[in-house]
Design a protein around this ligand. Structure first.
Ligand code: MF3
Ligand code: CO
Ligand code: CO
Length: 289
């Protein structure tokens, strides 16, 4: 097989898998602990200690000056919320975006996020969270060799708008590996047949941010926190994926539905990142090797 510089060796791939597994495990650890009355700083502490306790480094910490180890984005915060003394309250939705760097020296980044419910959500909150969760599934479903990056965004945008929501334009998925944010940029909107061609072995994130209102965003004065311009609710899910011969392997997949997020009764499990299909996806990847 031809060796290309943008494709990891088998040994590197195993390290990348390990980092992504740790990122997934971090979300699985934190989900059941979320409750009204805790602060986003409490989430930061839990995530920081868990990642460091597994011989890894939390990629956000000091990344371009980001001051904490995880992003926590509540309600109308689209992404990049900074953990602080804000108290989670009943009815809030909060996205927890975890990125691990394993091993802590010369490692690989694994990036995954999910939106959680604090107590009982409004109908709007349920809707935007479920549309975001399914939008990620819809995007992953079109990934295969020879497809184009624009096909992903087109599938996501079509789905999200059919559900009466909008998809954020200002932030995208990204290539990932030894570098946190690498090429290509993976927009969650766009036209089919456009953008770079997808090849086997490529690794990138898909992380649609879905708003109940308009897609416009606004960065706050702290230089990080991004809100919807109309202050409507926003939700996001993110996976890091590896392109395989027939589709993709969800490197940050979970072994169980996430507690306080995708375990709620109105949620339908998606086709790719669910526990059963994760096994299929692993079989597919094994057949490729
Ligand atoms: N994890 C985010 C992403 O999905 C990036 C966070 S950068 C930070 O790309 F500095 F805000 F942590
Ligand atoms: Co990302
Ligand atoms: Co992320």
């Amino acid at each position: 097989m031809q060796v290309r510089s943008d494709v990891l060796s088998a040994a590197e791939l195993d390290q990348m898998r390990a980092s992504c597994r740790l990122a997934a495990a971090t979300l699985e650890m934190v989900g059941p602990l979320l409750r009204a009355g805790m602060t986003t700083l409490d989430i930061d502490r839990l995530v920081h200690d868990f990642i460091v306790g597994h011989a890894a480094y939390p990629s956000p910490l000091n990344y371009r000056g980001f001051p904490k180890s995880v992003c926590t984005s509540i309600n109308d915060v689209v992404c990049h919320g900074i953990p602080d003394a804000t108290v989670l309250k009943d009815g809030d939705i909060v996205n927890v975006d975890v990125t691990t760097y394993l091993p802590a020296k010369n490692g690989f980044h694994g990036d995954t996020s999910a939106t959680f419910f604090i107590g009982e959500p409004s109908a709007m909150a349920k809707h935007v969270v479920e549309v975001a969760r399914q939008a990620l599934e819809v995007g992953m479903a079109v990934v295969k060799p020879d497809a184009r990056i624009g096909d992903i965004g087109h599938a996501i945008q079509t789905f999200v708008e059919s559900k009466g929501c909008s998809v954020v334009r200002d932030y995208t998925g990204h290539g990932i590996g030894r570098v946190f944010h690498a090429e290509p940029s993976v927009p969650h909107f766009g036209r089919p047949g456009t953008g770079p061609r997808i090849r086997k072995g490529h690794i990138f994130t898909i992380e649609p941010m879905v708003n109940i209102g308009g897609y416009a965003t606004e960065e706050m004065a702290d230089g990080w926190t991004v809100r919807t311009r109309d202050r409507s609710l926003s939700a996001q899910f993110e996976h890091t994926i590896l392109v395989t011969r027939t589709g993709c392997e969800v490197l940050t997949r979970r072994s169980q539905p996430l507690v306080n997020s995708e375990d709620r009764p109105w949620v339908q499990l998606g086709p790719l990142s669910s526990p059963t299909s994760a096994v299929r996806s692993e079989d597919g990847a094994a057949a490729d090797r």
